[in-house]
Design a protein around this ligand. Structure first.
Ligand code: PLP
Length: 247
């Protein structure tokens, strides 16, 4: 028998991940399905095209150079690009050129840079395709929270700074406060880390009732994230395969 091509591999992996999502939702009695963002970092534009054929609409990237090139290369797909990596202020202008959402907003200086970039970008008032990329007049922004007890500089605002960053996003023209985002620390049970994120989300929603997003859950911990109320999952390796180790 012929080996399944790349499309078949991605289809099978996606089906598995979707089954895990179904089971995790059933286990905690959830009915609202989280948005699956497929993280395509390190994988070529051809894979993004195949994912688009398989019905994926949301893709995630963590480096601007790679994301910008991929968004440009994937010409026939109607996709929403989610920026999920640490972001320098001098990259804000490039990122608003293709991104539907930034999940890694962790300081007020970045909020200012994104606001300024959105003002210059003059994005259209309704969701529409500009060239090839689905964008809208507003940029969805999640406040990234650092859930590590010891700060290891992986990005993210300290929990005590989250409301300040949220307020800045809320006040900024062209940005929409979507909610909070986090990566579970490696040295802790993700349930405990995500439960702190849920508490932080509750504080944010108390002040900004529309900012209900919780971006949490990766290949290894999507079940725990779903149980904690994640609205956006960011899944890479369990769909695309192992990435080369990052040096
Ligand atoms: C790479 C990455 C992911 C996806 O991780 P996997 O373990 O491959 O599913 C999710 N979130 C962020 C912020 C990432 O950088």
């Amino acid at each position: 028998m012929a080996e399944p091509g790349r499309l078949g591999v991605l289809e099978a992996n996606l089906r598995q991940v979707n089954n895990r999502i179904d089971e995790a939702m059933a286990a905690c009695g959830r009915r609202d399905r989280p948005t699956l963002i497929v993280v395509t970092k390190f994988f070529p534009p051809e894979d993004v095209m195949l994912l688009s054929r398989l019905g994926i609409r949301d893709v995630g990237e963590n480096r601007d150079q790679e994301a910008a090139a991929k968004a440009e290369a994937v010409s026939s797909a109607e996709l929403r690009w989610h920026f999920i990596g640490q972001l320098q202020t001098n990259k804000a202008r490039s990122v608003v050129g293709y991104a539907h959402a930034v999940h890694s907003v962790d300081r007020t200086s970045l909020v200012s840079a994104l606001e300024k970039a959105m003002r210059r970008a003059n994005r259209p008032p309704a969701i529409e395709s500009v060239g090839t990329v689905a964008r809208s007049a507003v940029l969805d922004c999640f406040v990234q929270v650092n859930l590590s007890v010891e700060d290891r500089g992986r990005g993210g605002a300290r929990p005590s700074d989250v409301l300040e960053v949220a307020a800045a996003i809320h006040a900024a023209d062209g940005l929409r406060l979507a909610g909070v985002m986090a990566v579970a620390p490696l040295d802790e049970d993700p349930r405990e880390a995500f439960s702190r994120l849920t508490d932080i989300s509750t504080d944010v929603v108390a002040q900004y009732p529309d900012a209900r997003g919780i971006s949490a859950g990766m290949s290894g911990d999507l079940e725990q994230a779903i149980a904690a109320g994640a609205t956006h999952l960011r899944v890479g390796s369990d769909i695309l395969g192992a990435r080369p180790p990052v040096g």
